[in-house]
Design a binder for this molecule. Structure first.
Ligand code: PGA
Length: 253
């Protein structure tokens, strides 16, 4: 019912030339994949070049972040409308690095989610608990609170087009993956909350990606879980072979 969605978050890696070359390699390697949704998120500097390279292919482009305003006195920021005009389809919002390093709060993240829809971009909203919060038994309440605040005010139709990326902070870039059972358990709780809070089609259609040290060797176990609808991949999305291998795994399911 829900197509798997694999997205690569390149973070602060790859200059324009490197990004263009990488996009070309991905384009040829993934040309035959037509059962999985695929996206890559280059830096905003490389984004227009990557969009051109991947135009009319099976690979969509995502921004890593947007600002909540369309224009104005916001030095250093980029508007959702500008990202959309460059040819992107998605934007990541509320990544844990934005929350932890740049101090982004749920209310601001919610404004960005609305800005994405206003501009025609589809949001990939990241949520996740820290190790301390998990050990204190607060993982689910933290995640559900981030979702309630982050998705506040969206219509059911908009909600059904959101992608949630559940990324436990302790699993990002650390090599520590949540076990497939731990990940499935949180995804199922998110799904139950969606069914309890919104019309059923939202719970049926909204995709929940898992993120945090997803690699070729653990992709199969994670992606075969019923409520895991894809992956948001950092480190392993920077190498053609690893990223393609994960996508091929998804396509085989
Ligand atoms: P990772 O990053 O795959 O390197 O753990 C995931 C992410 O931050 O989205």
């Amino acid at each position: 019912m829900r197509r798997l969605f694999i997205a690569g978050n390149w973070k602060l890696n790859k200059n324009i030339n490197e990004a263009e070359r990488f996009a070309s390699e991905l384009k040829s390697a993934l040309i035959d994949i037509n059962t999985v949704d695929i996206a890559v998120a280059p830096t905003v500097l490389a984004l227009p070049t990557v969009c051109k390279k991947l135009q009319h292919t099976n690979i969509e482009v995502s921004a890593q972040n947007i600002h909540s305003h369309a224009s104005g006195a916001f030095t250093g920021e980029i508007a959702a409308e500008m990202i959309r005009a460059a040819g992107a389809t998605y934007t990541i919002i509320g990544h844990s690095e934005r929350r932890a390093i740049f101090g982004e709060k749920d209310e601001f993240i919610n404004q960005k989610v609305h800005a994405a829809f206003r501009s025609g971009l589809l949001p990939i909203l990241c949520v996740g608990e820290t190790l301390e919060q998990r050990e204190a038994g607060h993982a689910s309440s933290i995640v559900i609170t981030q979702l309630k605040k982050g998705l506040n005010g969206l219509s059911p139709d908009q909600l059904s087009c959101v992608t949630i990326a559940y990324e436990p902070v302790w699993a990002i870039g650390t090599g520590k993956t949540a076990s497939p059972e731990q990940a499935q358990d949180m995804h199922a709780q998110i799904r139950s909350w969606l069914y309890a809070s919104f019309p059923a089609f939202v719970g049926d259609q909204l995709r929940i990606q898992y993120g945090g040290s997803v690699k070729p060797h653990n992709a199969h176990a994670l992606l075969s879980k019923p409520d895991i609808d894809g992956a948001l991949i950092g480190g392993a999305s920077l190498k053609v072979e690893a990223f393609v291998s994960i996508i091929e795994t998804a396509a085989s399911l």
